[in-house]
Design a protein around this ligand. Structure first.
Ligand code: PLP
Length: 380
């Protein structure tokens, strides 16, 4: 099955009792048993729920995995991976991460005795030098939020495989439409399904997908034992979102590229961060590991370098909405330093390049003329 068919049919079957084409929202906590321990495979919705199963099978299908798990948020999915670790274990993570991921690693799991190294994953020698017998997990986000840094998934997977280290990729920005990390050697794919998978800014959800059944089962046990599952109504919404993922991503990419090009030629704009631009430092890696486009996320800074200019722009947009989050059909604009990445200490932000004049756009699927006109007037 091709990707654009998998988004609609992958792992899906008409409901066995009625033939309903879309799975019913099984709004139930428990399931009747014929005799003690004799059941349909469903006992209690924390362990499994048929609507969630339909979503989990769709997730596994679109990421070319064997097991999908749906969580109450992206961070709950990440948290489930972290619970595979023990005190004393070490994690090597990319130095430009979603703010909430960084916060969880440094303010929750560090206190549990897990040690983190944050490193530029493109410095492969540095990365290799940090590996020792305590290294148990490598965590990468590519492209990153908000600076669109990329990590070479294949190159990292070669090393983690050799050293027997788990390798997880946060694939939220690219989605499996553009990039399939399991095919390139990663062990775990993580998603904030709140973003492009859900696609309509109406649900908070997370996902993990593995290509190894045993690892999938281990993660499922951890999820079952700790409880961060996605409810049936929200499972339904994400499943419905996935059915148009390929259509939306096509337009996100088209619009994203046009916005990036427009900004690149604007006199008030200094740097544009978009993996599709030839000037982007990671363009070659992007061409190698992303197919069909470069996504709808674009960040940029001002020629003036002034925070006030970024704020003025954000106060002036009319079609774009000033809000956190991304990946929905509507265009959003955000100030990472004051909003999504405020949880990263200021000196750390400066070090990685999240300056006060940085603006991040989630380019939606509206008419491109309206988007460009909005940016033009807001910059003016
Ligand atoms: C939003 C986001 C997360 C966290 O997901 P939630 O659904 O908000 O918990 C993790 N990684 C990336 C890249 C994100 O954009």
């Amino acid at each position: 099955m091709k990707f654009n068919t998998k988004t609609i049919h992958g792992g899906q079957h008409p409901d066995p009792s009625t033939g309903a084409v879309m799975p019913p929202v099984y709004q139930t906590s428990t399931f009747a048993q014929k005799s003690p321990g004799v059941h349909t495979g469903y006992e209690y919705s924390r362990a499994a729920n048929p609507t969630r199963t339909a979503l989990e099978d769709a997730l596994a299908s679109i990421e070319n995995g064997v097991r999908g798990l749906a969580f109450s948020s992206g961070l709950a999915a990440t948290d489930c991976v972290m619970k595979l670790l023990k005190p004393g274990d070490q994690v090597i993570a990319m130095d430009d991460l979603y703010g909430g991921t960084y916060r969880m690693f440094t303010r929750i799991y560090q206190d549990f005795g897990i040690n983190f190294h944050f490193v530029d994953m493109n410095d492969i020698d540095k990365f290799k030098s940090l590996i020792n017998e305590k290294t148990k997990l490598v965590w990468v986000e590519t492209p990153t939020n908000p600076l669109m840094k990329l990590a070479d998934i294949e190159a990292i997977a070669k090393i983690t495989k050799e050293k027997n280290i788990l390798f997880a990729v946060d694939n939220t920005f690219a989605t499996p439409y553009l990039q399939r990390p399991l095919d390139m050697g990663a062990d775990i794919v993580m998603h904030s399904a709140t973003k492009y998978l859900g696609g309509h800014s109406d649900v908070i959800a997370g996902a993990l997908i593995t290509k190894d059944e045993a690892l999938g089962e281990k993660l499922h046990f951890s999820q079952f034992a700790t409880g961060g599952t996605l409810g049936p109504q929200d499972s339904y919404l994400v499943l419905r979102g996935i059915k148009t993922l390929h259509l939306r991503m096509e337009r996100h990419c088209e619009n994203g590229e046009k916005v990036a090009n427009f900004l690149s030629s604007h006199p008030k704009v200094k740097t544009v961060y978009y993996p599709g631009l030839e000037s982007h430092p990671f363009h070659e890696i992007a061409k190698k590991q992303m197919q069909g486009g470069f996504g709808g996320m674009v960040s940029f800074t001002f020629e003036s370098g002034k925070k006030e200019d970024a704020i003025k722009f954000l106060e002036s947009v009319r079609v774009f909405t000033l809000a956190e989050s991304l990946g929905g059909v509507e265009s959003l604009a955000n100030h990472p330093a004051l909003m999504t990445h405020a949880s990263i200490p200021e000196d750390k932000r400066k070090e990685i390049g999240i300056t006060d004049d940085l603006v991040r756009l989630s380019v939606g699927v509206e008419d491109i003329e309206d988007l460009l006109e909005d940016i033009r007037q807001a910059l003016g």
